[in-house]
Design a binder for this molecule. Structure first.
Ligand SMILES: [Zn+2]
Length: 217
């Protein structure tokens, strides 16, 4: 069977499993547990509109009961994680032609199965770089960041924790005003490994990237 689960989908499934385990621990009414499981199952299947019968069966958690069964379920699914696409240092450098001394992360060391978006920071220039495959094309954006002393909600993964304020100038151009520019800002996790471990959908991430690139959202 081909790999078919994205990191953020896997995070979503794990979150659903945690909810179910929690209902069991709270000794909820069997009807309540069944309802929680049915809802979780429906939401998980909804993530994959084009899967086979075999894949659907593998995702089905309705018959799982114990922690052990749920852990096994997660372990099986983990084998079908799609890795973040291969990208070379050269390709990354091409995405940021203006960054003269771009520091690229050690790509061979990346745990690509656990990455929705690739991001790293350059503390000497206060810049945060984000790479993502948007509409079948690898794109990269450069943001300025400011670390914040107060915790906040990350726009990408919705986790409450240490965040940085990132801002980027959109590439959107207005025909009549070539000097037009618009900066867009967001709170996002400073630690992108943490963010990649929590992100359950790419709705906001892709909106932000499209906006940064000046593409219609
Ligand atoms: Zn985050």
């Amino acid at each position: 069977m081909e790999k078919f689960i994205k990191n953020e989908q896997f995070n979503f499934i794990k979150k659903q499993v945690a909810l179910i385990k929690d209902s069991y621990k709270k000794n909820s009414d069997p009807t309540v547990i069944r309802a929680v499981k049915e809802l979780a199952n429906a939401k998980i299947i909804e993530l994959f509109p084009f899967i086979s019968q075999e894949q659907t069966e593998m995702l089905d958690l309705s018959k799982k009961k114990t922690d052990f069964e749920f852990d096994q379920y997660i372990q099986v699914l983990a084998q079908y994680l799609l890795p973040f696409p291969q990208v070379t240092e050269q390709e990354i450098k091409k995405m940021f032609p203006k960054a003269k001394k771009l520091k690229v992360p050690e790509l061979a060391k990346l745990n690509r199965e656990q990455i929705t978006y690739l991001s790293w920071t350059d503390i000497s220039t206060n810049k945060k770089y984000i790479i993502y495959k948007l509409n079948e094309k690898m794109i990269g954006i450069e943001c300025k960041y400011t670390l914040l002393s107060k915790d906040n909600v990350c726009s990408f993964c919705n986790r409450f924790g240490p965040v940085a304020f990132i801002s980027t100038v959109t590439k959107a151009k207005k025909a009549k005003n070539p000097d037009y520019y618009k900066a867009i800002g967001n709170y996002i996790c400073f630690d992108s490994t943490e963010c990649n471990g929590k992100i359950t959908n790419v709705d906001y991430l892709t909106t932000f990237l499209k906006e940064s690139l000046g593409e219609p959202c």
